[in-house]
Ligand binder design. Structure first.
Ligand SMILES: [Zn+2]
Ligand SMILES: [Zn+2]
Length: 437
């Protein structure tokens, strides 16, 4: 498997004399299998130079995997030259579902007001598909898609071919940094962070969002990016061999990225066998695996491809603060879900039993029976639709690690810390609803 970085910058391009070494183009990575199967990860401005090279070498068939459609991941799309070549064929995949269709989003950035060429005027044959978590085969490459934590519905991708494994995980914020000063080797408390580590497990190369340093992170919490120290910790726990730091913050010049990289390397024990570097635009990496692993077949249940119309989901919001309920209500209605609300635990239980919601947002500090008590009661229900329903606890700002552990023991699936950021709530809720499909 051959990897080449075409764009390593996050958020916005940063060209100029201070970014010559690491590059200024936004996210784009080329992955090529030994048999020629081509996957392009993200289509930021780096895709422009990649597209020119592909056209020059008449490589006109391939797959685009777009983790999410923030501009730094799609701005190169209208300038990706193979799309203008008659006879070329491209399969395009991105996280979709609910009210969101990837084809509409891509077309949206190419309407008359923004672009001289519209999506339907492109010469290439395009097949555009919505993805959820799951697996799919692109030529010889097995892809596993898993939701990341970002204020837009975002998928990370694990690619396996030729016995080698690469994970592309940007943009992603850890679900929890409790405790903030945890030493390396400490397993995270949050189930979703443990799941993220399993996603990275045994990777020959992890290409990971590393936009911030841990001491910068408190001011950036909720923006959907990782502190580099935690990325190193997770790669160590996952037994990954190489870590390419990417999605470099646009405020950092080359020297500042050197500093981030030094900070990351300082966290790796000498005997850990993890090589850490900051991804450089133009850099190529050859990965060779020893044993090609067995692949389970793609079934309807495990497939990452979304098919047809989705059922309308019901979400139950339980909070005694009317302002919070109103904020969540308007946020979730924009996702096209049916919203039920309750201001206390007893009403919540009645509604849950009669309506069987697909997801419960549950305030931890309710008057009377508190959120933990309601959570335990739901988990003890005989009806599996309640016993297994995803429960997102809504917690106050001053959350202690012991509170978190207590919430997970009570049966919580996930939690969101107040003050709530609507974009993050939308993507987290959508991710849980898509898992329920
Ligand atoms: Zn980004
Ligand atoms: Zn983003």
């Amino acid at each position: 498997m051959r990897i080449r970085f075409w764009g390593t910058r996050g958020s916005i391009p940063r060209p100029g004399p201070t970014t010559l070494r690491y590059g200024g183009n936004t996210s784009c990575v080329e992955v090529r299998a030994a048999d020629g199967t081509l996957v392009v990860l993200d289509c930021g401005t780096g895709a422009f130079a990649l597209g020119r090279e592909l056209t020059a070498s008449r490589q006109l068939h391939g797959h685009l995997l777009i983790g999410h459609t923030h501009w730094d991941h799609i701005q190169g799309f209208p300038f990706f030259e193979p799309l203008f070549v008659p006879g070329s064929q491209w399969e395009i995949y991105s996280a979709g579902g609910g009210e969101r269709e990837i084809a509409e989003t891509l077309a949206g950035q190419m309407t008359y007001e923004y672009s001289p060429i519209t999506l339907d005027a492109l010469d290439a044959q395009l097949k555009i598909r919505n993805l959820r978590e799951g697996i799919l085969d692109l030529g010889s490459i097995r892809v596993t898609a898993q939701y990341l934590n970002h204020p837009a519905l975002t998928l990370g991708f694990r690619l396996e071919v030729d016995g080698a494994r690469v994970v592309y995980a940007t943009d992603h914020e850890p679900h929890s940094l409790h405790p903030l000063d945890a030493p390396p080797g400490t397993a995270p408390v949050h189930h979703e962070d443990r799941r993220h580590i399993r996603f990275l497990e045994g990777a020959d190369l992890v290409i990971h969002d590393a936009q911030y340093l841990l001491d910068e992170f408190p001011a950036k919490a909720g923006w959907g990016h990782s502190p580099v120290e935690r990325v190193v910790d997770y790669c160590l726990l996952a037994g990954a061999r190489r870590l390419a730091l990417t999605h470099h913050d646009p405020s950092r010049d080359d020297a500042a990225i050197d500093h981030v990289c030094e900070r990351a390397r300082a966290r790796v024990p000498a005997d850990a066998g993890l090589q850490v570097f900051a991804a450089v635009e133009g850099q190529e990496i050859e990965l060779s695996g020893e044993v090609a692993t067995e692949r389970p077949p793609v079934t309807e249940a495990s497939s990452a491809l979304l098919r047809g119309e989705r059922a309308r989901h019901t979400v139950l919001i339980v909070d005694d603060d009317p302002d919070m309920v109103a904020l969540l209500d308007v946020t979730l209605r924009s996702e096209g879900v049916r919203v039920l609300t309750a201001g206390d635990g007893e009403t919540a239980l009645e509604l849950a039993r009669s309506e069987c919601p697909c997801l419960v947002l549950l305030d931890m500090n309710l008057p009377g029976r508190d959120g933990l008590d309601i959570c335990r009661t739901l988990r003890a229900e005989a009806d599996p639709r309640l016993g297994d329903v995803p429960i997102l606890m809504l917690t106050g700002k001053k959350l202690k690690e012991t509170d978190l552990i207590e919430a997970f023991v009570a049966g919580a699936t996930d939690y969101l810390t107040k003050p709530i950021k609507p974009t993050l709530v939308r993507s987290r809720v959508r991710g849980w609803l898509m898992r329920a499909v």
